[in-house]
Design a protein around this ligand. Structure first.
Ligand SMILES: NC(=O)c1ccc[n+]([C@@H]2O[C@H](COP(=O)([O-])OP(=O)(O)OC[C@H]3O[C@@H](n4cnc5c(N)ncnc54)[C@H](O)[C@@H]3O)[C@@H](O)[C@H]2O)c1
Length: 376
């Protein structure tokens, strides 16, 4: 349950954006184009960057500032879109929720599962909606693939191949696990959504080919055991020249009754002796889809896909894969969640959030009962 905010064509939701970097600019364009919201301002620690983002979006009069919360108050915003760097997700979103603003946040929830649990508890304490925009959730082709997978009977293996050759420069080329930490969460989240099942264990080999231009591991192969026994296999590289895959990866679902394939860019293909499937919901698309879902949820009170509790297991998959890569051992997702919970209790500075965290017995139950990934 979260606080609802009525809005409609005559009374669009007033939002402020925090973060004017690459993705902040994409959000700026999306918000400006949407009739369901009105932009009241854009904040960035680098105010000149916020100003130039507003100017290049054709909004020279848009209020800007360094402090997103102060800007929200000054401009009468009703919600905040958090597009800051992952390390700022926790402080900015906590402050917004406690100021009575629901938050639509970019992935990941936070820089680690422990901080993400603190945010889920903060959403409970404040009664404000905190939803993650995991943009692939609203890809219409993912919706079609999901409907196809539902026709295949039990699924043995679901796999993603992600092979690209990106030269980003900057922080990604310095991270220890750039592929797992910066990119793989999109595929992991899609796997949960496609199967309607949660992860149980992770086993990961992460490595860096000799020709890699990354300091950390540009390649990783991860095997997840999902509830019900399906194995989800992610095989990827950031430094694989030639025959690159889609940004969405190339997918194969192999089930008892047949196979579904998706190249990540075109409509999925079903090779099975079953009826062709149509998705039941009108699909939304990309971050514009996330915005629509957020506004609709605030209007109706229906928990949206991507609500913080429901999204958190995707980040736990990343953390489990990284831990397995470092330890060489199979990692249980429950152990990752329990360790993160203990850390969250140690780090929490707010008594009310700490008390909520302390009341959680099984973290898996808390995450899956409040916002279980939709089953098919
Ligand atoms: N969905 C996707 O496909 C996708 C793609 C790229 C990035 N992202 C996500 O979007 C977020 C932003 O990524 P980016 O590529 O725009 O990063 P970026 O580094 O280009 O921009 C982030 C901005 O946040 C600002 N910032 C940091 N702390 C702040 C604070 N406390 N208040 C206000 N501003 C603050 C920084 O000054 C910077 O300008 C990340 O969480 C990233 O994972 C998602």
């Amino acid at each position: 349950m979260f606080r609802t905010i009525p809005s409609g064509p005559a009374d669009p939701l007033r939002v402020v954006i925090a973060g004017a970097g690459g993705m902040g600019r994409a959000w700026l364009a999306t918000v400006t184009d949407s009739p369901e919201v009105t932009l009241t301002g854009i904040a960035d620690l680098d105010v000149a960057l916020a100003r130039s983002a507003a100017d290049s979006a054709g909004l020279p009069g848009l209020p800007v500032g360094a402090d997103a919360l102060a800007l929200a108050r000054q401009t009468g915003a009703q919600a905040l879109i958090n597009v800051t760097v992952p390390e700022a997700h926790h402080p900015v979103t906590t402050a917004a929720l406690f100021a009575g603003l629901p938050v639509l946040g970019e992935k990941p929830v936070a820089e680690n599962v422990s901080r993400a649990l603190s945010l889920a508890a903060a959403a409970e304490v404040t009664g404000e909606l905190f939803m993650i925009s995991q943009s692939r959730r609203w890809n219409p082709q993912v919706a079609i693939l999901r409907a196809m997978i539902a026709r295949l009977g039990p699924i043995g293996t679901l796999s993603t191949a992600f092979f690209r050759s990106e030269r980003f420069g900057g922080f990604r080329e310095q991270m220890a696990y750039p592929l797992l930490v910066d990119m793989a969460i999109h595929a992991f989240d899609s796997a949960r959504f496609l199967l309607g099942a949660e992860p149980v264990t992770a086993y990961c080999h992460s490595y860096n080919p000799p020709w890699s231009w990354y300091a950390g591991d540009a390649n990783a192969t991860v095997v997840f055991e999902m509830e019900g026994g399906t194995r989800y296999v992610y095989n990827g590289s950031w430094c694989s020249p030639g025959a690159i895959t889609s940004w969405n990866g190339a997918w194969r679902a192999s089930g008892q009754k047949g196979t579904a394939l998706w190249d990540g860019d075109h409509d999925p293909v079903l090779d099975a002796d079953v009826d062709a499937a149509e998705p039941t919901d009108p699909p939304h698309s990309g971050i514009a889809g996330a915005l629509q879902v957020f506004v609709r949820a605030l209007r109706t009170g229906e928990p949206p896909s991507g609500e913080v509790h429901e999204n958190l297991m995707s980040l736990a998959m990343v953390e489990a894969a990284v831990r397995s890569a470092a330890s060489g051992q199979l990692e249980r997702l429950d152990a990752v969640l329990e360790r993160a919970h203990a850390q969250a209790l140690r780090d929490e500075t707010r008594a009310d959030v700490r008390s909520t965290l302390a009341g959680w017995a099984s973290i898996r139950d808390v995450l899956t009962s409040t916002g279980r990934v939709e089953t098919r």
